[in-house]
Design a protein around this ligand. Structure first.
Ligand code: 2BA
Length: 109
């Protein structure tokens, strides 16, 4: 058995969960926060048989899309009289960051 752990954009999470549950996969959505942007994203966890991993990945590819956004970097520590002009930096998020893990044991109690 495998655990597919996908970190996706919040705006894609509902479509992804709906598409997976439509195909009768068991899915858990967790609210998470990216370390770099410090913005909410979603982690979607799916426990599946190894033969189903590629199908889950194809659903993720179909429903999760890359997005660009501009962020203002933190200003450096300034000395008196110094001038800093902040330039927004473009950052691309996803489609999805996906980890596929081996499951040592799975039980539903
Ligand atoms: P964040 O950490 O908020 O990162 C958002 C986007 O910012 C990243 O998109 C990447 O394009 C950029 N980024 C992240 N760290 C950077 C850095 N040190 N320098 C320059 N740009 C940087 P994605 O790579 O698509 O990642 C989206 C989200 O997936 C991340 O949100 C994080 O929550 C998660 N993630 C990505 N890689 C991960 C990993 N190796 N382990 C754990 N979580 C990861």
């Amino acid at each position: 058995m495998k655990l597919v752990f996908a970190i996706v954009h919040s705006e894609d999470a509902s479509s992804l969960v709906d598409a997976l549950t439509d195909k009768e996969y068991r899915v858990t959505r967790l609210h998470s926060t990216g370390g770099f942007l410090k913005q909410s994203n979603a982690s979607v966890v799916v426990g599946v048989e190894e033969a189903q991993v590629e199908d889950v990945l194809s659903v993720i590819r179909e429903t999760c899309h890359a997005r660009s956004q501009y962020i203002n970097p933190m200003p450096p520590i300034m000395e008196p009289g110094e001038f800093y002009m902040p330039y927004p930096v473009e950052v691309t998020f996803g489609g999805a960051t996906v980890f596929v893990l081996d499951v040592a044991r799975y039980e539903r109690i």
